[in-house]
Design a protein around this ligand. Structure first.
Ligand code: PDD
Length: 311
């Protein structure tokens, strides 16, 4: 695989999902099939009960960033739902690289989904489930496009009404949908969840703050998804000698923080500069957000073997 299979400009239109015109391939039920021909069984438990798990990862320059960590978390999520990993899970990285190649995509967002499979509707688990494995790829801007600026986001606070097993990356995202939509309705980019005043995470990202000069992030307990990006940012912060604490913090600490950041696969490091219509700190991305953003992109470049200034 070589850099430059395509340029971002060539594929920009592909981002608009026009089903009929989508000629890309997906992987479903052991086969590479055109997107328009891929059909999920209507009695798949993923459809009926959201009975499944997923992962989202990024390909940069044809390399999957932190793929092993995503695979490990997928296995944990499967274990959490008591779905025995099907054989395809072993081969998921190879399948994904082949799919990227078939789609001519070096820069992509990758989606892995494993459901408990097809069974007559019954809440109890089928005795001999045959899990359904789905892999999708979407074209995504190369790193250079997102690199130029640290993304600034506005956020609103939302009560966290999700289930108590948020460490499982389950398909059941309805509360995330409602919270993200509440943010959109308030003309904000993101919602940050809290449980009775204790901050948990964003709808698709983890939260870090700088408060009293210390970098703080929520502990990876059952109430949040232990982000792969979060773990990387913690390592990067430690290597940079930043003072980092993993502890719970409340919405007052969030609102009065010097800096607030979101981390995630589709976010990398983004600065939250406005919360519920009020500026965070100076209202501009702070020095820690800038430092972590740059260091994370360097880490991606290094792991994916990208030339500086290329992808
Ligand atoms: N979500 N918390 C939640 C609730 C998330 O959905 C995500 C990522 C994260 C960050 O995890 P990671 O750093 O491993 O991407 C935290 C993906 C991007 C999604 O659902 O699209």
């Amino acid at each position: 695989m070589v850099p430059g299979w395509w340029t971002w400009a060539d594929h920009r239109e592909e981002v608009v999902p026009v089903m009929g015109a989508d000629r890309s391939m997906v992987y479903l039920d052991g086969r590479f099939v055109p997107r328009s021909e891929a059909k999920l069984d209507v009695e798949d438990r993923g459809v009926l009960f959201a009975d499944g798990v997923y992962e989202v990862l990024r390909a940069y320059g044809g390399h999957l960033y932190r793929a092993e960590a995503h695979l490990a978390r997928l296995r944990q999520s499967l274990e959490g739902l008591r779905i025995a990993p099907p054989a395809d899970v072993e081969r998921l990285i190879g399948i994904t690289l082949e799919l990227l190649e078939r789609n001519g995509r070096a820069e992509a967002t990758v989606y892995w989904q494993v459901t408990r499979g097809v069974a007559t509707r019954d809440r109890r688990m089928p005795a001999q489930p045959v899990p359904t494995v789905l892999v999708l790829t979407w074209p995504t801007a190369p790193l250079a496009v997102s690199e130029a600026e640290l993304t600034c986001r506005s956020a609103i606070l939302q009560p966290d009404r999700r289930w108590g097993r948020c460490w499982i990356k389950s398909l059941m995202l309805l509360d995330n949908v409602l919270a993200a939509q509440a943010a959109a309705a308030a003309a904000a980019d993101e919602a940050i969840y809290h449980r009775d005043g204790t901050v948990t995470e964003g709808t698709a990202a983890n939260v870090f703050i700088v408060h009293g000069g210390r970098l703080i992030t929520t502990p990876a307990d059952e109430a949040i998804l232990a982000g792969i990006t979060r773990a990387r940012v913690i390592d990067i912060a430690a290597a940079a000698g930043l003072d980092l604490e993993q502890r719970h913090f409340n919405t007052t600490e969030l609102a009065t923080a010097e800096e607030v950041m979101l981390t995630g696969t589709t976010t990398n490091v983004a600065a939250v500069t406005n919360l519920d219509g009020v500026a965070i700190g100076s209202g501009e991305p702070g020095p820690v957000a800038r430092q972590l953003h740059t260091a994370l992109l360097d880490d991606i470049r290094q792991e994916c073997g990208l030339e500086p200034g290329w992808s």
